[in-house]
Ligand binder design. Structure first.
Ligand code: HEC
Ligand code: HEC
Length: 400
């Protein structure tokens, strides 16, 4: 009997030890060296074409963007040198992550699904899924000090750590004219690198471009004639039967507002409701749809693995949550003043009454298989393969 318990104990201890070693292995990142030739290249055209013409980056230059790129991919920005911004915002997945909840610096999962970070400009407010960051400048250092993501809760200790490297003093000197390192400079450089990450060459834009000046996703003008059959069907559903454009609109097919889309009857993650009770439970920012084919899984918690699942949800899965956005309800009609944001939407309750506050009936789209396929074909036209292969957005650290 004793022998057996020894044996059991041995097995248990060995597996704990093994698990621990494994943990250490997981955290051990092979040393990588910053490749200066890769980093110090000409970014001028990207600066000039950054969202809204680059004028939102006063005083920026090649050196500042290069510094931002180095910081973005540097594991040293995490407390134990294991993760960088690029660990959760991966270029090949449209700068989002391909898992529902990315691993933070201690292997503990982030609380929400990683978001794409392209086409953010100085006009972009309400960042994060719950809109709690007012601007990119305010946001960029938040992940560094986040106790799950990068763990540098005492952000003021980061400059000294970077000063001890053999590359940062010179990079800060080149970027700012002085070699001392401050949290503010770190934030500015990171922000400027993110500003140049823009998607502006999707198939939809290429097609629109043949008819309209400038690369932009503008769904409110005449649809490009070279949309294929399926793509055109999907485009029409997006604007018409699906009413997707009542929320996903503008150059990035995103919303300036927030919405409860009826994913759940009880939300585990309360979204904006957790920080602002007036917004109500389950309210999240309307995300952009650029490169959506690359950024699976979907929604704030990555619950849907494919676009098919997302569309099935909109088609017949919407729950009658008390805060359900009026635009997701049966009877919603767009008032028609050139789009959904004129405050002109009205609900015509299905029961013919005038007060919809007591009965919440989620809208069912009843899309045909052809229309669902079309919607996906249209969403696929929003992928920009040049963004995900642009060398100057890539990791400048190389394995030693
Ligand atoms: C451990 C994974 C992880 C790391 C590391 C990480 N992020 Fe994020 N990022 C996320 C998640 C998750 C969200 C969504 C958070 C939320 O809504 O609460 C996010 C959101 C963002 C957004 C908001 C995008 C939008 O449209 O609102 C930006 C910008 C961003 N991260 C930049 C960065 C930068 C810069 C760094 C490095 C300093 C970084 N992230 C490091 C996971 C990560
Ligand atoms: C009432 C506003 C509204 C309408 C209408 C709407 N959406 Fe959304 N959409 C949202 C919000 C808000 C989210 C984020 C929800 C969350 O994560 O809790 C979202 C998320 C998504 C996502 C996942 C994005 C990501 O990065 O994970 C896709 C894809 C999407 N919507 C496509 C569509 C399509 C296609 C339609 C039309 C069939 C549509 N949406 C209609 C508000 C809306």
């Amino acid at each position: 009997m004793k022998k057996i318990s020894y044996a059991v104990a041995l097995v248990v201890i060995t597996s704990i030890l093994w698990a621990c070693t494994k943990d250490v292995d997981n955290n051990e990142v092979p040393t990588r060296k910053l490749d200066m030739a890769t980093l110090q290249v000409d970014y001028t055209d990207l600066i000039n074409t950054a969202a809204f013409g680059g004028w939102n980056m006063p005083g920026t230059n090649n050196a500042r963007v290069a510094l931002g790129r180095a910081l973005f991919y540097d594991n040293k920005l995490s407390l134990n040198n294991t993760v960088s911004c690029g660990s959760c915002h991966k270029q090949q997945f449209g700068f989002a992550d391909n898992v529902a909840f990315s691993d933070g610096f201690k292997g503990v999962n982030a609380l929400r699904n990683s978001q794409p970070i392209n086409n953010i400009s100085s006009f972009s407010g309400s960042l994060f899924w719950d809109g709690r960051a007012d601007s990119l400048g305010q946001l960029v250092t938040m992940p560094i000090s986040n106790h799950i993501e990068m763990g540098f809760e005492r952000l003021e200790n980061l400059p000294a750590k970077l000063e001890a490297t053999d590359y940062y003093p010179q990079l800060f000197q080149d970027a700012f004219g002085t070699s001392n390192i401050t949290v503010q400079k770190i934030g500015t450089a990171l922000r400027d690198f993110i500003f140049i990450i823009t998607s502006r060459n999707s198939r939809f834009e290429q097609m629109s471009n043949s008819q309209f000046a400038g690369n932009t996703i503008n769904i409110w003008t005449t649809p490009p004639t070279d949309l294929t059959g399926f793509e055109r069907i999907g485009f029409d559903v997006f604007l018409g039967k699906g009413q997707c454009s009542s929320c996903h609109s503008g150059n990035n097919l995103e919303g300036w507002d927030a919405s409860n889309t009826g994913l759940d009857l009880n939300y585990t993650d309360k979204g904006m409701g957790a920080i602002n009770p007036n917004m109500g439970e389950g309210t999240f920012r309307v995300p952009q749809l650029r490169n959506i084919a690359l950024t699976a899984p979907y929604m704030h918690d990555g619950r849907f693995k494919t676009l098919e699942e997302v569309i099935d949800f909109y088609d017949h899965g919407v729950k009658p949550h008390a805060n359900l956005d009026p635009r997701m309800r049966e009877g919603w009609q767009d008032g028609g003043f050139g789009g959904p944001f004129g405050g002109d939407g009205i609900i015509v309750p299905p029961n013919g009454g005038t007060d919809d506050s007591t009965t919440i009936v989620p809208r069912k789209l009843n899309l045909t298989p052809l229309e669902k396929k079309g919607l996906i074909a249209f969403l696929n036209t929003l992928t920009d393969y040049t963004m995900v292969t642009e060398q100057r957005y890539s990791n400048p650290f190389k394995a030693e």
